[in-house]
Every structure is written in C-alpha cells, then in structure tokens.
Ligand binder design. Structure first.
Ligand code: GLP
Length: 241
C-alpha cells in the first residue's frame, strides 16, 4: 500500500484529484468507481477544475458509484444520485449513458443489485475505485461483519451509520434503513483503489488498515489483500500511525 501523508483536507483533495486527472488524461475510456460522502467533495471540485482547465475529453469515461439508499427517489435531495449530479455529472456535462449508480427506488433491490454487478462486469470492470471510509471502517455500505467475497447486494444500515449520515436529512427518522452497495468482492476486483481519509473520526479505521489484522470486524482491512492501494491521509486521520 502506498501511503501519501498530507497536511489537511485541502491537500488531500487536490493531490488525489490530480492523480485521477492524470489517469483520465492518459486513458479517456477509463472506468471510474466513485464514492459519495463529505470526504470526496473537495476531490470532485479539484478534479472538475483540472479537467475543465485542460479541456480533457470526458465523453468516453464511464463512472460507477459504490452505493445508494433504498427507498429514496433518485431526484430527492439526499440521494447519492443527486450528490453525484451536483458535484460531478453536471459540472462536466456527463450524460446518462456514461454515469451509473444503483437505483434504490426499484421494487426489487436484490434484482437491482444483480443487474448492477452484471453491468460493471459487462463494461469490463473498474480501472480505479475511489473510496472513503466510515468511522467503523465500513467501505461503500459494507458494515462490519460483511464477508469479503460479497458482490453488489442489499444491506441493512447500522444505527451508527444512520446516526453519522443523519446530518444530511431533516431528522434521523428520515435516514433510510437499507441501501444497495457494491460488495467488498466487487471493490477488490478494481484494478486500483484510492482511499481518502481526513479528520480524527477516521483515525481508528486508518490505524486498523495500516497496523491491524485482516478482519471482517473492520471492512477496510480487506484492502490489505489488494495489490494496488493508494491511501491519501491527512494529519488528523493519521494521528495513530
Ligand atoms: C457513507 C458512504 C461511504 C462513505 C462514508 C464516510 O456511509 N456510504 O461511501 O465513505 O459514509 O462518509 P464521510 O466521507 O461523510 O465521512
């Protein structure tokens, strides 16, 4: 694992975006795996800026998001689709034929999970997967205890995850109880993984990733089995290293 220690959120965002910019520039038909949450907001801002400044051709890239809540209309303000539209799809003028995210509004989320997994496979797999991490070490919405070989599936969210994400909703009750997420097996199939971690809330998870044993108790430790992981970590998230 390559560990890039940076001073703060801003530097993490800029340096990781520069890395993605260079990959997109070199491989215009790249298949990106993307993430939501507060962590990658700065990353998307810089990546959009770099691509626009260089007038990079983004018409051939494909993007696949990690996860989506079940039971939210894609157009609702809190859906991960809306997040992606605002921070990435619209600023770059990407179209619906190149941007993919599980549809959590369907009547059969298990079927949707299978369809999404198959879609990724048929597209040829993911070249580079961006990840954030939950305070309990979850990646995507793969909570502690998730088998590492799982593919895209439906999950019940831990209360701690619903609490952590309640800040995006009017009240905790409004936070969906379930989600569709790429499995850890899906994530590990990406050729390259780039993980962003900022802030002291992430320090335990980063400690487990770097110094802990591989264990389902900390989903992030699955990345220890991946041959090409780059971690961008700021001072606060690296506090225990
Ligand atoms: C959510 C997402 C994850 C994300 C995590 C951390 O639960 N499903 O993909 O990494 O939260 O979020 P944040 O970056 O806001 O701390």
């Amino acid at each position: 694992m390559k560990i890039i220690k940076v001073s703060d959120y801003e530097e993490m965002s800029r340096k990781s975006a520069k890395m993605f910019y260079q990959m997109i520039d070199q491989q215009p038909n790249i298949r990106l795996g993307l993430a939501t949450g507060s962590t990658p907001i700065g990353f998307y801002k810089y990546l959009t800026e770099f691509l626009q400044a260089e007038e990079t051709d983004v018409s051939k890239l494909l993007s696949f998001n990690l996860d989506e809540y079940i039971g939210l209309d894609p157009q609702s303000p809190q859906s991960f689709y809306t997040f992606m539209k605002e921070h990435f799809y619209q600023p770059l003028g990407l179209n619906q034929g190149q941007t993919f995210i599980p549809d959590g509004s369907v009547s059969d989320p298990d079927e949707e999970s299978k369809r999404y997994e198959q879609h990724i496979r048929e597209a040829g797999g993911i070249d580079v997967q961006l990840l954030g991490v939950g305070t309990n070490g979850h990646i995507g919405f793969n909570e502690p205890g998730t088998p590492f070989n799982q593919r895209t599936h439906q999950v019940k969210l831990k209360e701690s995850t619903r609490d952590a994400n309640a800040r995006f909703f009017d009240s905790k009750e409004d936070v969906p109880t379930h989600a569709i997420t790429m499995g850890i097996g899906t994530i590990l199939d990406a050729k390259k993984v780039v993980l962003l971690a900022s802030g002291e809330r992430k320090a335990d998870a980063i400690y487990q990733l770097v110094n802990g044993e591989v264990s389902e108790d900390w989903p992030i430790t699955a990345l220890k089995n991946h041959p090409d992981v780059t971690l961008f970590v700021d001072k606060d998230a690296a506090a225990q290293l």
